[in-house]
Design a protein around this ligand. Structure first.
Ligand code: WTA
Length: 652
C-alpha cells in the first residue's frame, strides 16, 4: 500500500452495522463470546474443543513453555473422524459434503456418506503402500475432490500431508518433497487452467528424479489424454488412483491421534532463505478452525458455502476442507479460473448452486471491479447472505464495490486477518455483532490477544502505526518449522522475546480498538494474496549465468496488491536487452513457478547500497513506484540511483 492509500485509510469513517435481518438470525448476536473469552481464555477454547469428538478427553488445556505451546494435552482425536464419521450418525450423512464444479463444466456432488467411503478406500490404499502414522505424503493436485479425499485419508491414518500448490515448478516441488522426506506423492495426469492443460504428472516426473524418499507416485486421471502419461511412467513406482481404489475396502479404522500429533506441513515463504515447512498439529488446529468457521461465517445447516481458495494454500486447508467439514457444512470447490470461459464464471456458479456464503481474496475483487459490474449484474446473486475476504489488505474502494455489487448492500463483509502460521482466523468481525469499517479487519476473534507495538515491543497509542504481534498462544498456532526448530524461535519469537509472536505485518489500532493491517514489514511480497520471499526470487535470478547481482522488491499494483520488480546487474561486458528480460522472467518461472514471475526487470550498472554494503530496498521501491526519492545520504554512490531512475523513466 503506498502512502496515499494509507492516508486515505486513516480517514475512513464509514461504518456498517450488522443488517437487522442478519443479526436476528446470527449464530452470535451479542458480546457474550468476547466476554466469556476475556474472563477465561483457556475455558473459552476448551468449550470450543468440546464441540469436537474426542476419543479421550484432554487432561490440561494449555502448556506454555514460551515459545512452545501444547494444547489439549492428553486428548485423543482424529480429524477425519470429526469431519466425516461423526456426521454419519445424523441427518448430515446424506447431505452434500462437497459440491464440485470442474473448469470445463463437469459436476460432482459427494454426500458425507460418499466422501467417507472414498476417504476410507484411499486410506487403505495408503496403508497398503506402507504409509503409517507420522509418514509424509506430498499432494500435488488440481482442485478436484480427490484432493480432499487424499488430505482426509492422510489424517485418517495419522500420516502428515504436505500439499504443494499446483502452480509451483518441478524444482519447488522437489525441494518441498525432499525437505519433508515424503514417501508418496499424489498427483494427477494434468489439470485445467483457462482451457489449457497443466502437465502435472510430467512435473512430478522431473521433481522426483532427485527425491530419494519417494517410493510411490499415485496418479489421478483428471484429463485422460494418453499423451500426458505415455512418457516417464515408471512401473512399480507409478500407479493409477482409480485402479488402486477399485480394489480397496470401504471401511478403514481411524488412528487415534494425540492432540499434539502433527497433522500437516505447509510450506510458506519467509524473509530469509528457502520456504519454511509450517507444522500444524491435530487438536488445537481443528478446534480453532471449526470454531472460527461456525462463528465467522455464521454457518447454518442449510448453507452452501464457497471459499474460492486453492487447497495449495492455508485458506484452502482451513476453510475449503477442514473447517466446513468439521461443521457438517456443504463446501463448494471450483477447479478453474475465474475468467474462464468468461468473466461471469464466478457469478454463474453462485447463481447455479445458490451459494449463501462467499469467501475470496481482495485481488480477485479488484479484478472484478476492472471487469465491470456488468458481469455480476447478469446473474441472480440473491442467495448470498455473507461475504468474506482474506489474504491481503482490502482497499476501502474494493470493499465498497464488493458490498454494493456483490452483496447487494445486504450482506455483511468479514475481512479476516490471519496467516499460514496462525492456522485459522485471528482477527475478523463477527458478522452479527461487530460494526464494520471498510478496510479494517476490526477486532481479534474471541480468545485472541493482539497488539501493535514499537521497535522496543511497547504498545503504541491508538492511531499510531507499529508491528502487529500476538501476545499469548492460541490453539491453531504453528508448533514449529519442520526440521528447523531454531528457525521457528528466531523468526517468530526472536524480535520481542519468547512470549510474543511477531507476525511480520505492520498495523494500526484505532480509538475503537479496530485493527488496520498495513502489510508486510519484512522481505515478503504479497502478490495477489500469495506470499513470495524477495530472497527466493533473487536467488532464482542470480542462478542465471549472466546475472551478477539482483535485488527484488514489491511495488504497489492496482490489481495484484503488490507486484514483483527486479533490479539486476549483469556480469562484466553483458548488456541488458528486451530478450534477456523475457529470458530472466522465464528463468524465475522455471525455478519457482509462474506466481513468482517478475512484473518488470531493470538492468543497472550497480545497485544502490549503504556504505556497509546493504542494498537499499526502500530506494528501489521509491524508484519503482515513481516517487520522489527519500533520504539518500547513507548511499555509497549516489550516481547509482540517478542511473536507475533514468532507466526507469526511459522504459515508462
Ligand atoms: C496478509 C493467508 C490484510 C498479511 C491466510 C499476512 C492480510 C499474510 C489479511 C499471510 C487481511 C492476510 N488483511 N492482510 N485480512 N489476511 N493478510 O500465510 O500480510 O498466505 O501476514 O495466509 O497475508 O499470508 P498467508
Amino acid at each position: 500500500m503506498d502512502s496515499k492509500q494509507f492516508a486515505a485509510l486513516l480517514n475512513e469513517d464509514r461504518r456498517f452495522p450488522p443488517p437487522a435481518e442478519f443479526a436476528a438470525r446470527a449464530n452470535v448476536a451479542d458480546e457474550s463470546l468476547y466476554e466469556q473469552a476475556a474472563r477465561d481464555r483457556e475455558g473459552f477454547w476448551a468449550a470450543q474443543a468440546e464441540r469436537l469428538h474426542w476419543f479421550r478427553r484432554w487432561d490440561k488445556v494449555l502448556e506454555w513453555n514460551p515459545p512452545f505451546a501444547q494444547w489439549f494435552l492428553g486428548g485423543k482425536l482424529n480429524v477425519a473422524y470429526n469431519c466425516l464419521d461423526r456426521h454419519l450418525q445424523t441427518h448430515t450423512r446424506t447431505k452434500a459434503a462437497i459440491i464440485w464444479e470442474g473448469e470445463p463444466g463437469d459436476e460432482r456432488v459427494l454426500t458425507y456418506l460418499d466422501l467417507h467411503r472414498e476417504v476410507c478406500r484411499f486410506a487403505n490404499v495408503l496403508r497398503q503402500m506402507g504409509v503409517g502414522k507420522g509418514d509424509r505424503v506430498t499432494i500435488y493436485l488440481p482442485m478436484i475432490p480427490e484432493a480432499a479425499v487424499a488430505m482426509l485419508a492422510c489424517t485418517r491414518i495419522g500420516a502428515i500431508h504436505s500439499v504443494v500448490f499446483g502452480g509451483f515448478s518441478a524444482e519447488s516441488l522437489r525441494d518441498r518433497i525432499n525437505d519433508s522426506r515424503s514417501k508418496v506423492v499424489v498427483t494427477a495426469d494434468g489439470g485445467w487452467r483457462r482451457g489449457n492443460i497443466i502437465r502435472m504428472k510430467q512435473i512430478v516426473n522431473e521433481a522426483v528424479v532427485d527425491c530419494a524418499s519417494v517410493e510411490k507416485v499415485i496418479v489421478v486421471k483428471r484429463i485422460g489424454h494418453e499423451s500426458l502419461v505415455e512418457h516417464g511412467w515408471h512401473p512399480g513406482r507409478d500407479h493409477w488412483y482409480h485402479t488402486l481404489m477399485r480394489n480397496a475396502p470401504v471401511t478403514c479404522p481411524v488412528e487415534e491421534m494425540d492432540a499434539e500429533d502433527p497433522l500437516f506441513i505447509l510450506y510458506t515463504s519467509g524473509s530469509t532463505g528457502k520456504p519454511k515447512g509450517v507444522l500444524h498439529t491435530t487438536g488445537g488446529y481443528l478446534t480453532q478452525v471449526a470454531a472460527t468457521t461456525k462463528y465467522v461465517f455464521d454457518l447454518k445447516d442449510e448453507d452452501v458455502y464457497w471459499c474460492s481458495a486453492d487447497i495449495g494454500w492455508i485458506t484452502g486447508h482451513s476453510y475449503v476442507i477442514y473447517g466446513p467439514l468439521a461443521n457438517g457444512a456443504t463446501t463448494l470447490m471450483y477447479e478453474g479460473a475465474p475468467d474462464y470461459p468468461d468473466r461471469g464464471r464466478i457469478w454463474e456458479i453462485i447463481q447455479k448452486y445458490r451459494v449463501n456464503i462467499f469467501y475470496t481474496a481482495p485481488t480477485l475483487i479488484r479484478s472484478f471491479m476492472r471487469w465491470g459490474e456488468g458481469w455480476p449484474s447478469k446473474y441472480d446473486l440473491s442467495s448470498l447472505r455473507l461475504l468474506g475476504t482474506v489474504g491481503e489488505p482490502i482497499n476501502p474502494e474494493a470493499w465498497m464495490w464488493y458490498h454494493k455489487h456483490i452483496g447487494g448492500e445486504r450482506c455483511p463483509i468479514v475481512d479476516t486477518w490471519w496467516q499460514t502460521e496462525t492456522g485459522a482466523i485471528m482477527a475478523t468481525p463477527l458478522p452479527g455483532v461487530v460494526h464494520t469499517k471498510p478496510g479494517s479487519t476490526t477486532r481479534p476473534f474471541p480468545g485472541i490477544e493482539m497488539a501493535v507495538v514499537n521497535e522496543e515491543g511497547q504498545e503504541v497509542p491508538p492511531g499510531a502505526g507499529g508491528y502487529l504481534v500476538v501476545k499469548s498462544p492460541w490453539p491453531s498456532m504453528l508448533r514449529t518449522v519442520w526440521g528447523d526448530p531454531d528457525r521457528y524461535v528466531s523468526t517468530y519469537f526472536g524480535r520481542f522475546g519468547h512470549q510474543v509472536y511477531f507476525t511480520g505485518d505492520g498495523a494500526k489500532r484505532d480509538e475503537d480498538g479496530y485493527y488496520w493491517i498495513i502489510g508486510r514489514v519484512d522481505d515478503v511480497i504479497n502478490v495477489s494474496g500469495h506470499r513470495i520471499g524477495t530472497m527466493e526470487v533473487e536467488s532464482a535470478l542470480v542462478d542465471h549465468p549472466l546475472v551478477a547481482e539482483a535485488a527484488v522488491i514489491g511495488r504497489s499494483h492496482a490489481v495484484k496488491g503488490q507486484a514483483i520488480t527486479a533490479f539486476v546487474t549483469l556480469k562484466e561486458g553483458r548488456r541488458g536487452t528486451p530478450d534477456l528480460v523475457d529470458e530472466l522472467k522465464q528463468h524465475v518461472v522455471t525455478k519457482i513457478g509462474a506466481l513468482a514471475r517478475p512484473e518488470e526487470i531493470y538492468f543497472a550498472a550497480d545497485l544502490p547500497k549503504t556504505r556497509s554494503g546493504k542494498i537499499m530496498r526502500r530506494l528501489l521501491r521509491d524508484i519503482a513506484e515513481g516517487r520522489a526519492l527519500g533520504d539518500t545520504t547513507t548511499l555509497a554512490d549516489p550516481n547509482v540511483v540517478a542511473q536507475l531512475r533514468q532507466q526507469y523513466e526511459s522504459q515508462e
